[in-house]
Design a protein around this ligand. Structure first.
Ligand code: HEC
Length: 168
């Protein structure tokens, strides 16, 4: 009888340990991966950074090779704020420190359509891992064109993001 009890207690312990969740990492939510750079690669992908900062990325269905990503975009975003150009993050990551990168994304007011309203809420660990990933890719490409003030029509390519009211 004692043997049967011991076996069933052992089984119960196995069932409990199989169902219990792994220990959650300490602190605010953040991505955990095999390395900081892997976490950053994942964050850049799911954070949609390539959609704007990599030329032709959405149009190619995300097929742009990694070596050509995040080099900034010569196609402007034209709206009531003027025309903004998604920055060359490959050059920026080489010319800015990791602390400078975190500070910039947490505090700088950036023009639309840069989703600062979401990205500034990333936890510091995620922002640091994003930097480490982009920094690891090295510099590539050219500086993006200068932003233009409202009311100026760009001479180069742009997407018109002005809200046009439907005709009645
Ligand atoms: C919907 C388009 C869009 C997405 C998505 C986007 N960005 Fe941007 N980003 C921009 C634009 C446009 C600018 C330029 C804003 C300006 O000049 O004020 C910019 C500016 C920046 C800057 C500032 C560069 C500087 O020199 O001041 C950083 C850093 C940046 N983006 C990082 C990111 C990261 C990291 C992601 C993904 C997590 C991301 N962006 C996603 C459009 C986007």
């Amino acid at each position: 009888m004692r043997g049967v009890l011991a076996v069933s207690a052992g089984l119960a312990a196995m069932v409990v340990s199989a169902c219990s969740k792994p220990e959650a990492p300490a602190g605010p939510p953040h991505v955990v991966a095999a390395s900081d750079i892997e976490a950053g690669r994942y964050l850049a992908m799911i954070g949609s950074c390539n959609d704007c900062h990599t030329p032709g990325y959405p149009q190619s269905g995300g097929k742009t090779p990694e070596t050509d990503r995040l080099v900034g975009n010569p196609v402007g975003y034209h709206g009531p704020w003027g025309t903004s150009y998604a920055s060359n993050l490959r050059i920026l990551a080489q010319s800015t420190t990791e602390d400078g990168w975190v500070e910039l994304l947490k505090t700088k007011r950036l023009l639309p359509p840069m989703p600062t309203q979401n990205i500034a809420k990333m936890t510091e660990t995620d922002l640091r891992n994003l930097y480490r990933y982009i920094h690891s890719l090295g510099a590539a490409g050219q500086a993006e064109p200068e932003n233009l003030p409202p009311g100026v029509t760009p001479s180069g390519p742009y997407e018109n993001m002005s809200v046009v009211a439907p005709k009645t």
